[in-house]
Design a protein around this ligand. Sequence first.
Ligand code: ATP
Ligand code: MN
Ligand code: MN
Length: 291
Amino acid sequence: MVVTHPERVLYPELGITKGDVAEYYRAVMEWFLPGVVDRPTSVLRFPDGIGEQGFFQKHPMRGLSHAGHVRLREESGKWAEYLCPNDASSVIGLVQFGTIEFHPWGARANSLEEPDYLVFDLDPGQGVSWRDIVDAARQMKRRLGKVGLDSFVRTTGGKGLHVVLPLHAACTWDDAKHFVQGFARTLANEQPDRFIAKAAMDERGGKIFIDYLRNSRGATSVASYSLRARAGATVATPLRWQDLAKCKGPGDFTIDTVPRRLARLRGDPWEGFTTLRQDLKQALHAYAEAD
Ligand code: ATP
Ligand code: MN
Ligand code: MN
């Protein structure tokens, strides 16, 4: 897949070009692909660079028919074609069209009614420090562990962290919602100075919003190893829990540092993520009634 106009600048402050973005995705491809292949995936495109307005796109674009798509029933009941990358050439094809970020569903195209992972998106309000977010993520890991759920952590490349838990397919979106909502509300009730489980912006000051709303049919969250269209050209980066101790913030992981990190890594920071089969039985029992 050839990228035309590789010299086009997409990050004006850093001078990062479309060619650099393609080179980044080529360098991390084997790590990136498992997070997007065979999943409906929205892309965030910035054909004129991140200094100009970008846009989310869910549907295939003209001129990119080979990039992979799936026909699915939307929440409204309407059927539509969705982008659904199937290989490296899909990814580079989307970069050719100005894509910087990739946002998959938490379900596979062949099993759209069954999420295969859940995401707790920790969104810090004003005045919350990076250390506070790290502590909150660790606390969630411990709490999830108590109901038998192993979880994984990644930087988003933005302000927060994602705590991600793989599931057994066969969990329904309904179960997913009952659990994540119950869990988020329980934490917010117990520690109201620290957590909030409501989206209200004006109540977030000093607290961490546990955004559980990524876990519904059709919702997306950023893919692991996706570049972000943010200052610093940061990357959503899976970490080992112990890596959080030396992580100073999202700026540690960028278009420059992540390919080097991956070249040095021994083993997958999320080892076991794709083979772990967890169900929500115990977790639903403990938290669903908090609804
Ligand atoms: P941060 O750590 O800065 O919060 P984040 O990736 O978690 O980074 P959020 O703003 O918390 O960002 O989450 C927004 C999520 O909403 C994205 O991950 C994206 O997948 C999803 N989303 C779906 N549709 C849209 C849209 N049209 N515009 C923006 N985000 C969208
Ligand atoms: Mn977030
Ligand atoms: Mn959010």
